[in-house]
Design a protein around this ligand. Structure first.
Ligand code: ADP
Ligand code: MG
Length: 357
């Protein structure tokens, strides 16, 4: 399948966008970066809402190059804005049908009922006045409307950032559902690490209009040369499967390539894929297997790299098995006392495992 290939440039007063990256043709690619890094500008250029220099190919089709500029209405994309922009004079159903009716019958890929089911809209669809919906509900309708245009790619610009934390928690499972069900790629703009680690498969890191890095989520977050590894909530993403239930102690064993972790009970059948997150600050290091520890999860790991993080802390990247990376943030003093160096085999003690879905 053809990757989405982008190199777009645009000068806006004192801001210069010069962004080149490729995104896989399926799954969620997060465009992640601080406020003002150019995420919205880049997304608008991809949609054709702004006219940038450069080129863009989606599913092997040139949307823009030296000779081509496909106008926005010709691009088969769905766009979800930061603030849901529903038609205030139309009912929820009419808002959804607006998306659907723009597409000839023969080109419709998703039926209305399907979108209603995915986004939990059945109790909202007969509401007359979209202004009376909550922020989260409005955003779900806006996503539904975008999907009903049968897009070949879905663009979302911080769809949760205008919502309070309750609405955010309410809508995240719907986004995860779309992630599982949709066979079109999503470009998902965010500056929130928790959203990105929950939803994304691929990460494009933006800073000051440039792409600092683009790669698989787990690998990219484990790179110590990138700012993300030095955030307070830096950590590893672990793709695992439900392997065993401990009913007595209400714990679930999650297996991943290279080991397993016990986490708080996951009420899912054996084999269910889950994503877990282990923060660097929740991982400590011992040079020998600890005796009499209260910590449930002790993994054999090999140190790959250690980097100073200010006067007192270091960040350590380790491998567990062949493919799983773990980060640990410890003091410089511990590093020196334990004589930790790259190549050493150690025990990584994981104090806490957060389940993402
Ligand atoms: P982000 O979405 O990552 O917060 P934006 O793409 O909105 O970033 O903005 C990137 C930079 O471009 C900011 O410095 C912003 O002030 C500037 N900018 C955005 N739109 C315009 C415009 N129409 N004219 C001039 N500068 C702009
Ligand atoms: Mg923005």
């Amino acid at each position: 399948m053809n990757w989405i290939r982008v190199h777009l440039m645009m000068q806006l007063d004192s801001f210069a966008l010069d962004a080149a990256f490729s995104a896989p043709p399926v799954g969620v690619t997060a465009l992640f970066g601080p406020s003002g890094s150019g995420k919205t500008t880049l997304l608008r250029c991809i949609a054709g809402l702004e006219r940038a220099q450069g080129w863009l190919r989606v599913h092997g089709e040139p949307w823009q190059d030296e000779k081509t500029f496909m106008p926005v209405h010709m691009r088969p994309l769905g766009y979800v804005f930061q603030e849901a922009s529903l038609f205030p004079h139309l009912s929820v159903r009419a808002n959804l049908e607006y998306g659907l009716k723009r597409i000839p019958l023969s080109e419709r890929k998703v039926p209305l009922e399907q979108v209603v089911e995915w986004l939990g809209l059945s109790r909202l669809i007969d509401r007359k006045n979209p202004a009376l919906l909550s922020g989260g509900e409005r955003q779900r309708v806006a996503i539904g409307r975008a999907l009903l245009t049968s897009p070949r790619i879905l663009l979302m610009d911080e769809p949760l950032s205008a919502l309070d934390s309750n609405s955010k928690q309410e809508i995240l499972p719907y986004l995860e559902r779309l992630h599982r069900e949709l066979n079109i790629p999503m470009l998902y703009v965010s500056h929130a690490m928790d959203e990105v680690t929950r939803l994304a498969d691929h990460l494009v890191l933006l800073d000051k209009g440039k792409v600092l890095a683009s790669g698989a989520l787990g690998e990219t977050l484990a790179r110590l040369d990138l700012p993300t590894a030095h955030f307070d909530d830096a950590g590893a993403v672990i793709e695992a499967a439900v392997a065993q239930q401990d009913e007595k102690y209400h714990l679930t064993r999650l297996d991943f390539a290279g080991g397993f972790l016990w986490a708080g009970k996951v009420d899912q059948p054996f084999g269910t894929r889950v994503r877990a997150r282990v923060l660097a600050r929740d991982v400590s290091i011992a040079t020998q297997a600890p005796q009499g520890s209260s910590i449930n999860n002790i993994l054999n790991a090999r140190i790959e790299e250690i980097l100073d993080e200010g006067p007192d802390k270091v960040i350590v990247r380790m491998k567990v098995g062949d493919s799983q990376t773990l980060l640990s943030r410890i003091t410089r003093r511990s590093r020196d006392h334990l004589c930790l160096v790259a190549g050493m085999y150690v025990c990584a003690q994981v104090k806490s495992v957060a389940l993402m879905a």
